[in-house]
Design a protein around this ligand. Sequence first.
Ligand code: NAD
Length: 377
Amino acid sequence: MTKVTRREFNRTMSKGIGSALLFSSTPLLYGNRLERKQQRKLGVALVGLGGYSTYQLAPALLETNFCKLTGIVTGTPEKELIWSEKYTIPKQNCYNYDTFDAIKDNDAIDIVYVVLPNAMHAEFSIRAAKAGKHVICEKPMAVSVEECDAIINACHEAGVKLGIGYRLHSEPYTQEVKRIVKEKIYGDILYVNAEAAYNSRGNPEQWRLNKKLAGGGSLMNMGVYSIQSAIYGTGQNPTSVTAQEFSTRPDYFKDTDETITAQFEFPNGAIGNIMTSGSANANRLYSTFENGWLELHPANNYGPLNGRTSDGKEINFPHERQQKLQMDDFAKHILQGTPNLAPGAMGKRDMIIVEAIYASIAEGGKKTPLDLGLMAL
Ligand code: NAD
């Protein structure tokens, strides 16, 4: 057995990531209690301190067990002051978009979480990977399949982990849907309907309405949730898509898609219908099988979600912050080698579908084949 000196042991421990490996190979030497006590929380730096970071991710990082907020990256000096005081972040862990690459020398930061407008995801995810940091990239992963590939390759080359901010995979109602589908509790899936939409009345100058920054409109914003729901609501990747676009408020949605519907075919013959919009509220997943059905309604907000099945059962779980569960799952993936619940391949798969939907619309609603196999299932 290789001998580990106290100093080497401490150095490995301080890296956090190595600790899981070390412990897992020496289970008798270091029992579970000691392991929990000595395993430090991974440090997370949030890049982009907008609405999602402020109201969801930072509060969630106060509740996480396996990671914590240790750094920020912002283009706004006033935010640096407010955040560093509120979350006790030392000056040396605060970066702006120009100084960001120096994060490579900062051992307090293990994970960089990119929470910027969609068109900036690829650049900052790649820079984070090159700095040797694990990456969480918000949804949608990027604005093209090509960019998704570039992120995946950069993380692969740097030997760092990559997760997409698909918080619902760590959420119990969604996990129950996946179980019901996988175990064929009601037999084979026949039809899925998934809606993810909200009535946007905000600032017309916001980046979400700017194609250059958002990469698209409602489909990029909420539409990826309806794609996700249709896939875990059937347990399959679609083999074709036929899509339609509707516009009722062209003055507001000047540059981006407002409402999209699309129909999927699945390998077992099931069909699906998805809807996303910036002009209506809708938040539902309905899967119907040979011998019953399930419904989540709401299906994709911050929770608590709500669900039921055809035999009169409520799907019911205690509520926890989805982002807490999501970031802890990713940290455990790094520390303990547990499955990556939302890997880069999943973000890329969804972007392939997004591009196929736009292609179908561009060709007047032509049925567009999809060759995804078992990608990210
Ligand atoms: P936001 O508009 O509230 O914040 C965007 C941040 O990016 C701001 O801090 C802004 O200063 C910064 N920024 C840097 N360069 C910018 C530029 N050129 N234009 C505009 N802003 C710029 O947006 P948000 O709601 O926090 O969304 C950020 C990302 O998080 C998006 O990719 C979005 O899809 C994703 N998101 C995910 C969820 C989820 O549930 N997983 C929820 C909300 C947002």
